[in-house]
Design a protein around this ligand. Structure first.
Ligand SMILES: NC(=O)c1ccc[n+]([C@@H]2O[C@H](COP(=O)([O-])OP(=O)(O)OC[C@H]3O[C@@H](n4cnc5c(N)ncnc54)[C@H](O)[C@@H]3O)[C@@H](O)[C@H]2O)c1
Ligand SMILES: [Zn+2]
Length: 365
């Protein structure tokens, strides 16, 4: 215990907290030293996606080597694990293992384990320390950052949760070598989203990306730039009352498509690929976005195996109905994020329904 904490690559000041982000090959082995360096409890509860048991074992070893008491739980891979029953199972396992108020939960996995174990940390004994160890590209550029945690209900996705910032985020780019191509592509859809949000060099890098995962050092740099973009937005609006909404670019139509397809045909990033294209088409109508951006974005998405045409088995009416359902659940206007030019985005309330329908119809082959 009481080792010296290594220097993070990025730090974000979110509300009263500073969140360090460590990124690069081998940072998995820093989990133990980091947790041990905080003058707090000596126990860790490591929650691991069962598809990546070896990664979990390395994290546990690093904790043991740092002199920590280690308890662990494995979570079945997949969205179906993000529920209150699984939360209860984890909380009881932590209690039986003697995890206390000053101990830490370490979430090792993609967004599913990050959201689930993050919410466990937010609520177990009214809040214990949390370390996020994202292992998917999507979790590195998106879900492990910003503090949103939670689980699904049968009534809706992410219906119960909390905003709870981690004490540290550790992204080991080496673990991406085992991530299936489809999951890499899903993360890349979010990277294209950041490219559109910031424009300029990040958009250029996304457009010129050679092939996934791509060269290690460059990939780490790309992840860093996306993480910085998300953290900058979150730092200005932690509780999602205003500007944070721009991170939903492509998600209004994307969520509609995901739900209309029964969360089965499309993985999240694939639905976002289509949602981005619809948002760009609506942006052409509403804000005069130059049409070349939609063509260029479609070419970039297609090159990395993401869909740019919606499967005809998905009904446009169902997509629109799901979007209306989301809007009702939100109790607000239909807020869409639109792009005037890459790097120049804004939220727009209740766009013309005819324009929205036409943009979704145009996704059909
Ligand atoms: N909290 C947020 O701000 C936020 C943002 C976006 C998404 N999310 C949530 O994130 C979830 C999706 O996350 P995801 O895309 O990471 O999916 P996921 O967690 O389901 O992981 C995808 C698959 O990859 C496997 N896997 C993970 N790491 C691996 C590795 N290194 N090598 C091989 N296989 C690996 C997992 O076993 C799983 O089968 C959704 O529940 C979504 O709601 C949350
Ligand atoms: Zn997303």
């Amino acid at each position: 215990m009481s080792t010296v904490a290594p220097e993070p690559l990025l730090t974000a000041i979110i509300g009263p907290r500073t969140v360090p982000v460590h990124l690069g090959p081998g940072v998995l082995d820093l989990v133990g030293p980091l947790v041990a360096s905080a003058a707090a409890g000596d126990g860790v509860f490591v929650v691991v996606d069962d598809g990546i048991a070896e990664v979990g074992e390395r994290v546990q070893d690093s904790c043991r080597d740092a002199g920590l008491r280690v308890a662990t739980a494995s979570v079945p891979a997949g969205e179906a694990s993000k529920n209150l029953g699984e939360m209860e199972r984890l909380a009881r396992a932590a209690a039986r293992a003697g995890i206390h108020r000053r101990d830490a939960v370490v979430a090792v996995g993609g967004g599913v384990v990050g959201d689930l174990a993050g919410y466990l940390a937010a609520s177990y004994q009214r809040g214990v320390r949390l370390v996020q160890v994202p292992t998917t590209l999507l979790a590195m550029v998106d879900s492990s950052l910003g503090g949103k945690t939670g689980v699904d209900l049968p009534e809706g996705k992410n219906y119960v949760g909390a905003v709870y910032q981690p004490e540290a985020v550790l992204m080991d780019t080496d673990v991406l070598s085992t991530l299936p191509a489809r999951e890499l592509a899903c993360g890349f859809a979010e990277i294209v989203k950041y490219g559109l949000l910031t424009g300029g060099a990040l958009m250029e890098t996304a457009e010129g990306w050679p092939g996934l995962p791509g060269p290690g050092a460059e990939l780490a740099d790309l992840i860093r730039r996306c993480a910085q973009c998300k953290l900058d937005v979150v730092a200005g609006d932690e509780f999602d009352l205003g500007r944070r909404a721009i991170l939903n670019l492509g998600h209004t139509v994307g969520h509609g498509i995901e739900a209309a397809a029964g969360y089965d045909l499309y993985h999240h990033g694939e639905a976002i690929s289509l949602g981005l294209l619809a948002a760009l088409r609506i942006s052409e109508h509403v804000l005069g976005l130059a049409p070349e951006w939609r063509d260029r974005t479609a070419a970039t998405l297609r090159r990395h195996g993401l869909p740019v045409e919606m499967d005809p088995s998905v009904a446009v009416d169902d997509v629109l109905a799901m979007m209306a359902h989301d809007k009702k659940a939100d109790g607000r206007a239909l807020n869409m994020v639109l792009v005037r030019a890459p790097g120049d985005v804004l939220t727009h309330q209740d766009p013309d329904p005819g324009v929205v329908r036409a943009a979704v119809e145009e996704l059909l082959p």
